[in-house]
Design a protein around this ligand. Structure first.
Ligand code: ATP
Ligand code: MG
Length: 244
């Protein structure tokens, strides 16, 4: 379980997180929505210790990661897959090298074992056989899926997705949503998905949280979200770009 308590973070005078409280049970897919700049990416970065809070805690399996040193963080991060917003691949490496990098550096797997996993993950994201291509030869959607394959390579228990479908066409977006669901159903992965794509909420979420002004404004099921009379939420949902 991930248990975030009273998380606060300022950058200069910019108070971004003003006391975030959020629990994510194991096996659950939680989708986080909220206006641009409200702190979604900043919060995700606290969950894997890329940012340290000014106050508050992030408990993962009972341990507060905000108190961990780099070595402990390195160990806990092995349980995580992270699809960064605008995920960058290493341009000098081909697809296979990009996906296999963490396995090569952090495990004792053989070249053949790594190649098999890379092939399997490319299969999973619907891009079999593109191992030898360079990132510069891929479309935006393909890059996104290769990045996803890379975050899946280590078979993470937790996956954080920062806008996994942004910039993809509706068909591809559906495929990514299906993949997120599959991973959750088959492997009981715990997923946190930040998205501006309201269709993803209905496609993948067990629970949904809305951030507003540095706090969790709403947390509940997708059904509870759509049925709420709350003016702020209704307004947000009405304005959110709809996938056509
Ligand atoms: N490393 C940083 N240093 C200074 N300010 C930062 C840093 N990272 C984020 N911010 C600021 O924190 C605020 C929240 O940013 P964040 O990236 O979390 O927004 P977001 O909710 O993910 O937005 P979007 O939906 O556009 O991705 C912004 O005002 C941003 O400028
Ligand atoms: Mg963001």
């Amino acid at each position: 379980m991930i248990d975030i308590k009273n998380l606060k973070k300022k950058f200069g005078d910019n108070e971004v997180l003003k006391g975030v409280d959020l629990k994510i049970d194991n096996g659950v897919t939680l989708v986080i929505i909220g206006r641009s700049g409200c702190g979604k990416s900043v919060m995700l970065k606290h969950i894997i210790g890329l940012l340290k809070p000014d106050e508050g805690s992030v408990m993962i399996e009972g341990k507060d990661i905000t108190k961990m040193n780099e070595k402990e963080l390195f160990e806990i991060r092995k349980k995580f897959g992270f699809l960064f917003q605008g995920a960058a691949l290493f341009d000098s490496m081909n697809v296979e090298e990009n996906i296999g990098l963490a396995l090569k550096e952090n495990t004792l797997m053989s070249v053949k074992e790594i190649a098999d996993i890379v092939a399997e993950k490319l299969e999973d994201v619907g891009l079999p056989g593109i191992q030898k291509m360079k990132p510069s030869d891929l479309s935006g959607g393909m890059k996104k899926r290769v990045s996803l394959a890379r975050s899946l390579a280590t078979n993470p228990e937790y996956i954080l997705y920062d806008e996994p479908t942004t910039g993809l066409d509706p068909v591809m977006s559906d495929q990514i949503d299906d993949l997120i669901k599959d991973l959750s159903d088959k492997f009981k992965v715990t997923s946190i998905v930040v998205t501006h794509d309201i269709f993803s909420v209905y496609d993948v979420a067990d629970r949904v949280a809305m951030m507003h002004e540095g706090k969790i404004y709403f947390e509940g099921t997708p059904k509870e979200l759509t049925e709420t009379d709350d003016v702020l939420i209704r307004d947000f949902l009405n304005r959110t770009d709809k996938r056509i």
